[in-house]
Ligand binder design. Structure first.
Ligand code: GLA
Length: 742
């Protein structure tokens, strides 16, 4: 998978889906040649380097009027030696200079992939799954070694990158900017695709045409954020969901990030991804190393859908890990939207009993069970049951839930503390705060300083005690505010630029320690809904709560957008009560179920308040999900109709061998006397006969017909039916079609 031309000093990473080519320039710096559809492995490619004389240019060597970094495509650019675009690296020495010159030293090839210590990353289970190229660069003046690491996977078009810095000198260096990835594309004729939004409307798909200058998304909130996801894609103008070039760049990180596309005045495009340089400064002491988070780049010539399927496979099977990776996820019920803080043990038992009757497998107790927590002004930090609500403690409650035949799960917000808590009273210095300044709150809470190991230890101790004594199979790990006044009172002044990153390393460390101690624990990540839904969390928590907005119509967009990068198995999705608590909307129970089933499925309402007919529907939904959850979680996912573009949302999950598929079609508003509709499917076998079944429909067709002419939708609009407006004419109506190979 990695071909090296020693004479030309080119490195070619390739498999049958992708090629990535780089080379060593005469000056010793690393140059970029190509990224995209596979090229001949053995070819000679140096002629791809484009350079010519241009006025008003700074050249590297006297007498040479051709060679300027400004006009060369590079692999890991630095600023200050003739390139005026944004650099990937900025290192400051004690002399105050930020110039850096990275010269090629050597390379190493290894089978498989190394782990990144303390950081989440993709991995292999068998060394034959991937090959890794490490290129050693060095700035002789600074005695700084930079190791560029590239891993190409055998079975997908993904390349994982990270960069390691080693200070081999005698003086400290300061990394002001250390991106995980930089790629220079030869032209800029692309649109960028980003996943952006806000609380309760996370990860909407936004497309922008690249223009001269910068296009960027970022976070400076201390978490990846509701606002922007650590992801950027490029597509050609004519790329569709299913055809054309698409490139995806995704950062395996949960803190401040920057994803940027810069178009220069010669139409060269530079894409960068990594820790947000704003506010970042890492002191690299003599003898120490620093490793960037991993960035994953994917190429597909099968449009955005093709790109997504590559991410899904890699992230589902080689980023998510551990006990729950392949296992069927339990159908859960969560009490939050039904009760908020207001409950006692007996209410919860009644709640769980009804859920058990419906076939639900896991009961999750949300916020409000600990310390003095009756509202959001107190209790965070005191992870001990409130005896007024739970006289038998979590131990007693979890035992009773297990006796009902269900598993028990519990909510925590480990990184936070309220002023009104025993933890804060004992350790007011444990929070992130800047001396002499006021501290802003979010939801009346403050952020614990996880850059301090003793703070992480204290929370670990509390959680470990509970998990040891009670029967807790699952935890919902919440994080309900962004970081402000970021400063740690225990770190020296010249290391304050490390705190955001060190905090996230502390979060990862706590996850890791809990998983080591309780390997069968299922963690669901959450951050006021989807404020930290990123690949970094996926390494520890194979599922995450997508959004506090549980309205089915809104969820169509949120799930559709999220699926650009993240697999269905990672998307926590629940059926909630109507009118919906966030948007006040009524949607049919069937629709709520159909939408949530394309996710880690559950309920978030009091089933005791439903009618007997509705309970019947819930039972059927749970049974249907259980029958199909393997396919839904692990099948190939195809987006068919975008809720961002029209009145319909449709997606399909097909067995990779094409033997079966489920198609979910939801119409937002009812139509009047509308057209006949057909929906071309994907991933079927052209000459195989399939049986199609949905609520009223049943027919047989070959795969080619279903993919060309399309699935006949039974969803008639009002006016099309003799009896006027049957239930097919409602707003927000959804159907699942089963397509089963004969
Ligand atoms: C956040 C979560 C919710 C719920 C509440 C509890 O908002 O996203 O699901 O857990 O906190 O306070």
């Amino acid at each position: 998978m990695i071909t090296i031309n020693e004479k030309e000093r080119t490195f070619h990473l390739h498999n049958d889906r992708v090629s990535y080519l780089l080379y060593v320039m005469d000056s010793g710096q690393l140059g970029h040649l190509y990224f995209g559809k596979p090229l001949q492995p053995e070819g000679s490619y140096l002629h791809m380097v484009e350079k010519s004389h241009r006025p008003m240019t700074t050249y590297i060597t006297e007498g040479d009027l051709y060679t300027s970094y400004e006009h060369l495509r590079q692999e890991y650019p630095c600023y200050g030696t003739s390139d005026y675009r944004y650099p990937a690296l900025e290192v400051r020495g004690n002399d105050g200079s930020t110039l850096c010159k990275l010269e090629y030293q050597r390379y190493e090839l290894l089978q498989g992939k190394k782990t990144l210590e303390g950081l989440p990353a993709t991995y292999v289970e068998d060394d034959s799954e991937a090959e890794t190229l490490e290129i050693y660069l060095r700035d002789p003046l600074r005695k700084l070694t930079v190791v560029m690491s590239y891993t190409i996977f055998r079975d997908c078009s993904a390349i994982a990158r990270s960069v390691r810095f080693a200070n081999e000198g005698e003086e400290s260096l300061f990394l002001n900017r250390a991106m995980s990835l930089s790629v220079d594309f030869p032209d800029a004729d692309y649109e960028s695709v980003q996943l952006s939004g806000a609380w309760a409307r996370e990860r909407s798909v936004k497309v922008r045409t690249l223009e001269l200058g910068l296009t960027a998304v970022s976070s400076m909130r201390g978490h990846s954020s509701h606002q922007h996801n650590p992801f950027l894609a490029l597509k050609r103008k004519h790329t569709t969901e299913h055809s054309g070039d698409a490139y995806g760049f995704s950062l395996v990180y949960s803190g401040n990030f920057l994803a940027q596309a810069e178009v220069d005045n010669y139409q060269v495009l530079r894409v960068m991804l990594g820790i947000n340089p704003f506010g970042f400064c890492w002191k690299l002491e003599p003898g120490s190393t620093f490793t960037t988070p991993e960035a994953v780049m994917v190429y597909s010539d099968e449009g955005l859908n093709g790109m997504s399927r590559q991410f899904h496979t890699l992230y589902r099977s080689r980023l998510a890990r551990g006990y729950w990776r392949e296992r069927e996820r339990p159908v859960l019920i969560n009490n939050w939207e039904a009760t908020e803080f207001d409950y006692v043990e007996e209410d919860l038992i009644r709640f769980a009993q009804k859920a058990r009757e419906c076939g639900i497998e896991l009961f999750v107790l949300d916020d409000g069970w600990f310390g003095s927590r009756n509202n959001d002004r107190s209790g965070l930090g005191d992870w001990k049951a409130n005896p007024a609500k739970l006289p038998n403690g979590i131990e007693g409650l979890s035992r009773r839930i297990e006796e009902l035949g269900m598993k028990f799960g519990l909510w925590f917000e480990p990184e936070m503390v309220n002023r009104d808590s025993d933890l804060f009273r004992a350790h007011p210095d444990y929070i992130l705060q800047t001396p002499g300044r006021s501290v802003s709150h979010g939801r009346n809470q403050f952020v614990l300083d996880f850059s301090r190991p003793e703070v992480v230890d204290e929370i670990y101790r509390q959680l470990h005690t509970l998990l040891t004594h009670a029967r807790i199979s699952y935890i919902k790990w919440d994080m309900n505010r962004s970081i402000s006044e970021c400063y740690s009172t225990v770190w020296p002044t010249d290391q304050q630029g490390e705190i955001f990153h060190r905090h996230i390393l502390g979060v990862y460390d706590l996850h890791e320690r809990l998983l080591q101690a309780f390997p069968t624990l299922l963690i669901e990540s959450c951050s006021s809904g989807g404020g930290r839904f990123d690949p970094g969390m996926l390494y520890y928590a194979p599922q995450g709560w997508l959004s506090d907005n549980s309205d089915a119509a809104e969820r169509l967009k949120i799930q559709y957008g999220t699926s650009l990068v993240y697999p269905v198995s990672s998307m926590g999705a629940h059926v909630s009560a109507c009118p919906n608590s966030q948007v006040g909307r009524h949607t049919p129970l069937e629709t709520r179920g159909n939408v949530a089933m394309t996710g880690a499925f559950g309920y978030e309402l009091d089933l005791n308040r439903l009618s007997p007919e509705e309970i019947e529907t819930v039972k059927q939904q749970v049974a249907f999900y259980k029958q199909n959850r393997q396919l839904l979680a692990r099948g190939d996912f195809y987006r068919l109709l975008s809720p961002f573009e029209g009145n319909f949302a449709a997606w399909e999950t097909a067995e990779p061998d094409g033997s079966r598929a489920l198609v979910t079609v939801t119409r937002l508003l009812s139509e009047v006397n509308g057209p006949y509709r057909r929906l071309p499917l994907r991933g079927l076998i052209p000459d195989r006969r399939y049986h199609i079944r949905s609520r009223y429909l049943s027919y047989d067709a070959y795969g080619d017909e279903l993919m060309q002419f399309g699935l006949m939708l039974e969803d008639q609009s009002s006016g099309q039916m003799i009896d006027g407006s049957g239930d097919t004419c409602q707003d927000f109506r959804s159907l699942i079609y089963e397509v089963v190979g004969r």
